[in-house]
Design a protein around this ligand. Structure first.
Ligand code: BDR
Ligand code: CA
Length: 312
């Protein structure tokens, strides 16, 4: 399927080392029009993920509104991911003094206003917990008519990464994910099943370092810390670069293969709380609601990352 040029997107995120690379990927690609960045708590507290988003935009010269959103999930208490992303949420890079500031709108208001007034349907990309989007859907259901697709990094039809069953973004706010997956919107789920195949191995760090511009310097420094932390926590030799797969898919949809399945978020509060139950074999014959990524073209993905870094 060809995706039309200049898709309008809002990137909702919780930067985060891999969110940072997703922002870089979305910031200057001619196939995408980045309308704004909305932030929530996730990898770190909202205060920290917000600052990280602003620092990234200033450093990469990405001139879009950055709006602060939810500091807490809808029902659960907030949980952050310091073991992987560090005390700042983006350990490893020293940004210059910050001279830009937030757009004054709350992320949820920004999402609603921007989608309602857009002359063309907007694609929502979420690379953090889905609290902002879920709240926007509940507050103004009319936005559903002007959303093209929701592309999420989250979930897994195999194992989780915070519990045996659940992936971090869904686990942080399962009720929000439940709202989004049951909204009737086209949901494309890029889960751990594919993102764990794009590992920032030493040869990838070397390849990107050779580009030797501002963006590649950022990439290298962030990935050194990301790799160390992923090695310590999961034993991976290269960190899975989860979040940018969403944007890579919008730039070139052939980078992943998807299956259309029924997917239900476990909100039962048991041991599988936050699991994305994907009925890959269609056992249950229930209404399909999710395009779930099953395979990824790893070489194509790294080519997209390299091309994006070269644009800075
Ligand atoms: C997801 O969790 C976060 O730590 C990453 O930024 C990514 O969005 C992977 O499970
Ligand atoms: Ca993230």
């Amino acid at each position: 399927m060809m995706i039309e040029a200049n898709r309008k997107i809002i990137l909702d995120c919780d930067p985060g080392h891999d969110d940072a690379i997703a922002i870089m990927l979305a910031g200057k690609n001619s196939k995408l029009e980045l309308l704004g960045i909305t932030v929530e708590s996730g990898n770190q507290t909202l205060e920290k993920t917000g600052l990280n988003a602003l620092n990234l935009c200033q450093y990469l010269n990405i001139d879009v509104p950055v709006c602060l959103g939810a500091s807490n999930p809808i029902i659960k208490e907030v949980e952050v991911c310091e073991a992987i992303h560090g005390e700042t949420g983006l350990d490893g890079f020293d940004f210059p003094n910050l001279e830009i500031s937030y757009d004054p709108r709350h992320a949820v208001d920004f999402i609603i206003e921007t989608i309602l007034k857009s002359d063309k349907k907007v694609t929502m990309v979420t690379t953090g917990p889905m609290t902002n989007l879920a709240l926007a859907i509940r507050i103004e259901p009319n936005i559903l008519n002007n959303i093209e697709e929701v592309v999420i990094m989250g979930g897994s039809y195999s194992n989780g990464n915070v519990t045996p069953a659940a992936e971090f973004n869904i686990y942080c706010d399962p009720e929000a994910a439940h709202i989004v997956f049951n909204s009737g919107l086209k949901v494309t789920m890029v889960g751990l099943d594919v993102t764990r195949k794009v590992l920032v191995l030493p040869e990838i760090v070397d390849r990107m370092t050779k580009i030797d511009n501002n963006a590649s310097k950022l990439f290298t420094k962030l990935m050194i810390v990301f790799n160390e932390n992923q090695k310590r926590v999961f034993g991976f030799d290269g960190a899975p670069l989860h979040d940018p797969v969403t944007i890579a898919y919008l730039i070139d949809p052939t980078v992943i293969d998807v299956d259309f399945v029924h997917c239900e978020i476990d909100i039962s509060n048991g041991s599988s709380y936050g699991r994305t139950n994907c009925d890959i074999f269609d056992y249950l014959k229930l209404k399909k609601n999710t395009f779930v990524a099953k395979n990824i073209d790893v070489d194509k993905f790294w080519n997209i990352i390299e091309e994006a870094l070269r644009m800075y």
